[in-house]
Design a protein around this ligand. Structure first.
Ligand code: AMP
Ligand code: MG
Length: 342
């Protein structure tokens, strides 16, 4: 049974132990409840996507206890550092360049060279992150298409006991809408998602944010302007490799590498980006991928494979997203129109 744990030192130790062992634990943040898993463990991250029933691999936010720990994973340029100093802990997520030695799962970044980091302000979340000793990837703790949960009961009603080991109960969330997401990995800080921290407050620290749709800015949080694509041509639904091709196999077929010999889509998701990167760096001219059944996480795997095989301009949007993502909007008031839907 999914255990609902009251706020106590024993509960924190138990929840931290579960995270360390690769299980999923929901926990409160000041924005909404998060569905947490060890962000360095590909399988734990894949099981987050499986539990949410997400139709595609959007990158997840990794939660950390403090700025110092965050510095182990990503590059903090001046605006990033200033924003983190000003607003962490708090409802601000920063998208940053991954450091070369970054230990976070490639799946957390959906294969991109950036990662979204946040230090939440909720005392229970911070205690958990300190005790767990691992970075914790956590999207909102609801099934895809449902609203974000702000109480432990909401979370309990979303998942089955085999999907999630425990829920830390910290009562209702204070902010109730998701964190504001700012991309500081490029030349100008860019608002990716309005949320619990007002844009005006952010702009006081880092100057004007680029507006959505300008330059490199994605038009929606889910619709990243960039998505992972290998440098080499990718051929999908291949029964066998052609000359010069590396073969990324699935199930019983022999290949250069195998996403999951047993045909397990969660294992395949956990391996997807790391294996594509390895084959991309290897000696083959092209990459062929065996068919992956479109059930469960297989649908998300196929979605990403199709995008990886397609030039960015030709890829369909991942989500619907209202045209306007104006920096001057009152962020706390707008919840639904900007909800990722997952
Ligand atoms: P959630 O985890 O559901 O709160 O949503 C995370 C949000 O952060 C989504 O809007 C993602 O698209 C966005 N995000 C996370 N990582 C990145 C990244 N590396 N680049 C751009 N956006 C990201
Ligand atoms: Mg959500």
């Amino acid at each position: 049974m999914t255990r609902v744990l009251p706020a106590s030192p024993d509960s924190l130790a138990e929840a931290a132990g579960l995270l360390d062992r690769g299980s999923l634990v929901a926990f409160p943040t000041e924005t909404v409840y998060g569905l947490g898993g060890d962000a360095t463990d590909d399988k734990a991250v894949a099981s987050i996507f499986a539990a949410k029933g997400r139709p595609s691999f959007n990158p997840l936010i990794t939660h950390l206890p403090d700025l110092e720990t965050a510095g182990n994973f990503a590059l903090f340029n001046d605006p990033a550092f200033d924003l983190a100093e000003a607003f962490w802990p708090g409802p601000l997520t920063l998208v940053l360049k991954r450091l070369p030695q970054c230990r976070l799962s490639d799946l957390v970044s959906a294969g991109l060279d950036t990662v979204a980091l946040r230090v939440p302000a909720h005392p229970l979340a911070r205690d958990l992150l300190r005790s767990a000793n691992v970075p914790v990837a956590a999207p909102s703790a609801n099934r895809s298409g449902h609203v974000s949960p702000t109480t432990a009961d909401h979370v309990l009603s979303e998942f089955t006991e085999d999907q999630i080991a425990a829920i830390l109960d910290g009562g209702p969330c204070r902010v109730g809408v998701e964190s504001t997401v700012v991309d500081v990995s490029g030349a100008q800080p860019t608002l990716l998602r309005p949320g619990g921290l007002a844009v005006e407050d952010i702009q006081r620290v880092c100057g004007p944010l680029a507006k959505a749709g300008e330059g490199e800015a994605p038009r929606s949080p889910g619709m990243l302007s960039r998505h992972y694509a290998p440098g080499k041509p990718l051929r999908l639904n291949a029964g066998a490799p052609r000359p010069g091709e590396a073969f990324l196999s699935f199930g019983g077929l022999p290949g250069t590498m195998n996403l999951s010999v047993s045909g397990d889509p969660i294992e395949a998701a956990a391996n997807l980006f790391a294996m594509l990167r390895e084959l991309d760096a290897g000696g083959f001219a092209r990459i062929a991928v065996a068919p992956v059944p479109d059930t469960g996480l297989g649908a998300a795997i196929n979605d990403r494979l199709r995008r990886a095989a397609t030039p960015v301009e030709d890829a369909a949007p991942l989500d619907d997203w209202p045209e306007a993502c104006g920096a001057a909007m009152p962020c706390l008031a707008i919840t639904d129109p900007y909800d990722d839907g997952d």
